[in-house]
Design a binder for this molecule. Structure first.
Ligand SMILES: [Zn+2]
Length: 183
C-alpha cells in the first residue's frame, strides 16, 4: 500500500484517550507496520528474521501482537491463510475462560498476491470467581493472517480488546493492518 493511501485511510483519533494522535513506522527484517506512537514497543530479543514477535502495548495495556515464522511450517498443515486462521480461532474458542464465542466477520485484504485472512470475533471472558462473584467481560479479538511466499514467512497480527468505552480499538487495529507490508 502506498503512503498516500495510508494517510487517507487514517482514522480520526481525536476521541481516543489511549493514544496521542499519530502513528509511526516500525520496520525490520523486510516488513513494516505503523503503530500508535503512544505504544510501548516490546521486541522479543530471541526474534530472528525467520521467526519472532513484537508487541505494541497501548497506554491502557491493550496489546497488539505481530508474530512471524517459517511459511513451510504452517503450509504443511494449512493450505490457505483462512485455514490457518480457522485453526487459531478454534483454539481460542476452546479456551476455558471463553464463552459465547461468535465470529463477527471474515474477510481478506489485498496484499501483493498473498493469501490473507482477516477476522473479528466476539466472546465473553468468564469472570474469575475467587470471591464467588464477578461479571463476565465482553471482548473482541481481531486478527490478520498472511502467507507470504516472497519472504517464505507467515505473519499473524492479533489483538484482543474490551468492548465498549470510547476507545476506537477497531480503527487503531485497522490502521495497523492496512499499513502492514510483509516484503
Ligand atoms: Zn509478502
Amino acid at each position: 500500500m502506498r503512503v498516500e493511501q495510508l494517510k487517507a485511510a487514517r482514522p480520526d483519533l481525536s476521541g481516543m484517550d489511549t493514544a496521542k494522535s499519530d502513528f509511526e513506522n516500525f520496520s525490520m527484517y523486510g516488513f513494516t507496520i505503523d503503530y500508535p506512537s503512544a505504544c510501548r514497543v516490546e521486541f522479543n530479543s530471541k526474534s530472528r528474521r525467520e521467526s519472532g514477535d513484537v508487541g505494541f502495548t497501548l497506554p491502557d495495556s491493550v496489546k497488539v501482537f505481530l508474530s512471524w515464522g517459517e511459511l513451510e511450517k504452517v503450509t504443511k498443515r494449512f493450505a490457505t491463510a483462512d485455514e490457518h486462521a480457522n485453526y487459531s480461532l478454534d483454539a481460542m474458542k476452546k479456551g476455558k475462560n471463553v464463552k459465547n464465542f461468535e465470529r463477527v466477520s471474515r474477510d481478506s485484504i489485498s496484499l501483493h498476491d498473498h493469501n490473507t485472512s482477516v477476522n473479528k470475533v466476539r466472546f465473553d471472558e468468564k469472570a474469575l470467581k475467587i470471591f464467588g462473584r464477578g461479571k463476565d467481560v465482553p471482548r473482541e479479538a481481531y486478527s490478520l493472517h498472511v502467507h507470504c511466499d516472497k519472504s517464505n514467512r507467515y505473519f499473524v497480527l492479533y489483538a484482543m480488546a474490551p468492548v465498549g468505552g470510547n476507545v476506537t480499538y477497531e480503527k487503531i487495529i485497522e490502521t495497523m493492518r492496512d499499513s502492514f507490508n510483509c516484503h
